[in-house]
Design a protein around this ligand. Structure first.
Ligand SMILES: NC(=O)c1ccc[n+]([C@@H]2O[C@H](COP(=O)([O-])OP(=O)(O)OC[C@H]3O[C@@H](n4cnc5c(N)ncnc54)[C@H](O)[C@@H]3O)[C@@H](O)[C@H]2O)c1
Length: 281
């Protein structure tokens, strides 16, 4: 069900830049976009991870390049965009996906810290802004482009108290809501240049980020102390998701591929849940 294969190569000839594509959801997005025919620029702060994803894509016959960049550093991401254009000639699809849940020590904390607010704002919000800023002039000149921001279902309206994640995650949730608001504003601003801007809101995806969330729950919730991180993940799936199964990085990639394709040419300013029905707004 989650395989990217046997899909039409609807993105043939397009070039995509995906941040945070060294692992987790970003890697799944890169795999689907490559499978659909796009050349992929794999951007990550972790150069080795970016190289690994890029090499894996190349082994499937796809065109890919690894680019080390820190999205919180405007000159770093601008340089990655220049390298991408020099490698493939242009960029059609931009996916600001790189994100963080909190600073170090999050797994043991019952409350958020000033450093959590700073890092989630810096990477998740400002890093999305720097990435889009770095490609926007290029897309405007070409009067063409698709931007797909990776936000979160956590950026939508909170669920009831018993189902909501606790205070340590508040800075992250607020940063993800900001990304949705940014998507709305940019859709209005960039529409006149034939650039569509949408967001995908993943639900519950087993990645290193989710392992940290489970780690936090294990140490701060006595009833969770004996469960493994994966068991806690599965409990959340069973409790909150009408479809009762996990979303994978490939599932998220498929939604991104749709929003970046001609099939979504009339869709802009939207935030699409890919969350098994866990949040319905
Ligand atoms: N995992 C989930 O359940 C879930 C749910 C909703 C939304 N999301 C969102 O999906 C995106 C990816 O999450 P994930 O679970 O794959 O996380 P992850 O921690 O597994 O991967 C994040 C990737 O981003 C990279 N990165 C971190 N900081 C960076 C920086 N400053 N510059 C460049 N790259 C950087 C990391 O090296 C890593 O490869 C995030 O925006 C996250 O908020 C995840």
């Amino acid at each position: 069900m989650s395989s990217p294969s046997n899909q039409p190569r609807q993105l043939e000839g397009r070039v995509a830049l995906v941040t945070g594509a060294g692992g987790g959801i970003g890697k799944g997005i890169a795999q689907v976009l490559a499978e659909r025919g796009a050349a992929v620029c794999v951007v990550d702060i972790d150069a080795g991870a970016a190289e690994e994803t890029s090499t894996e894509l190349q082994k499937t016959g796809a065109q890919a390049v690894a680019l080390e960049a820190d999205v919180t550093d405007e000159s770093s991401i601008a340089q990655a965009v220049r390298s991408a254009i020099s490698e493939f000639g242009h960029i059609d699809i931009c996916v600001p996906n790189a994100g963080v849940i909190a600073t170090g020590g999050f797994e043991e904390r019952e409350h958020h810290t000033a450093a959590d607010w700073a890092v989630t704002s810096d990477v998740n919000v400002f890093g999305t802004v720097t990435t889009i800023d770095a490609v926007a002039d290029h897309m405007k000149q070409r009067r063409s482009g698709s931007i797909v921001v990776i936000s979160s279902q956590g950026g939508r309206a909170p669920r009831g108290a018993s189902l909501s994640p606790g205070p340590p995650i508040f800075p992250y949730l607020v940063s993800k809501a900001a990304e949705i608001q940014l998507t709305h504003h940019l859709a209005i601003e960039l529409g006149q240049y034939n650039i569509n801007v949408n967001a995908v809101c993943p639900g519950t995806v087993w990645t290193p980020m989710w392992e940290r969330i489970a780690g936090n729950r294990k140490s701060t919730d006595g009833s969770a102390a004996d469960a493994s991180p994966r068991e806690l993940f599965e409990q959340v799936l069973a409790a909150k998701h009408p479809l009762s199964r996990e979303q994978t990085p490939i599932d998220i990639g498929k939604a991104v591929a749709f929003l970046a394709s001609d099939d979504a040419a009339q869709i802009t300013g939207q935030a699409l849940n890919v969350n098994g029905g866990a949040v319905l707004n």
